[in-house]
Design a protein around this ligand. Structure first.
Ligand SMILES: [Zn+2]
Ligand SMILES: [Zn+2]
Length: 205
């Protein structure tokens, strides 16, 4: 299995890929901010979004239409995809968001799988109502705009909630295990480092 980080002008996208028994390269995309061209030659079977802000899903429609798959994200993020005042496309893209019609909606606690790998869904509201983190194979955590290296996502946007983020930080303190953290913007960190900083992070709210 390979994890490739693609730093776009908007957000980090991640391509998780592995080879199936027939030699096909199967892939999962997390946050489709990247160009479709980056994915050609891969069989993309899942297109996941950590949340519905336009900087993370600006190419979702193009990618999902090409691979004939839905955009998968938390059920509370459907409104962000559909409503430009929530997804902030005017500020981020300076145009309306190209909206994927086909959404697959998740709840916290769901588990996805591909080629024998598991992806657990943690509902971590605060930055948005339906922000999630995806934990791949109990080792790699894709944290979207909930956690960054040394800081957390904004909670002053439409649909944001500092109280929900505070509860999310409490919940993160209760998750056992250490993971490499792949955030929606900036450099990676580790989950043990995040857990050691929880009080500091709470103070940012
Ligand atoms: Zn965001
Ligand atoms: Zn973002």
């Amino acid at each position: 299995m390979e994890i490739r980080k693609v730093e776009t002008d908007f957000a980090n996208s991640y391509i998780i890929s592995d080879t199936d028994p027939e030699g096909r390269k199967v892939a999962v995309v997390i946050d489709p901010a990247l160009e479709l061209e980056e994915l050609l030659g891969l069989d993309v079977v899942l297109c996941l979004a950590t949340h519905g802000h336009a900087d993370h899903i600006n190419n979702a429609k193009k990618i999902c239409d090409h691979f004939e798959i839905p955009l998968t994200l938390h059920e509370k993020e459907a409104i962000y995809v559909k409503d430009d005042s929530y997804n902030l496309s005017r500020y981020v893209l300076h145009r309306p968001l190209d909206k994927p019609e086909n959404l697959k909606l998740l709840s916290g606690g769901d588990e996805l799988s591909f080629l024998g790998h598991t992806i657990k869904v943690y509902h971590t509201p605060g930055h948005t109502q339906g922000s999630v983190m995806y934990l791949l194979d109990d080792r790699y955590l894709f944290s979207g705009d909930t956690l960054f290296k040394g800081t957390i996502g904004r909670t002053d946007l439409p649909g944001s909630s500092p109280e929900a983020m505070d509860a999310t930080l409490t919940k993160l303190g209760e998750i056992a295990g250490d993971f490499e953290v792949f955030p929606g913007h900036g450099e990676n960190t580790t989950f043990s480092r995040v857990q050691s900083q929880l009080e500091y992070l709470r103070g940012l709210l």
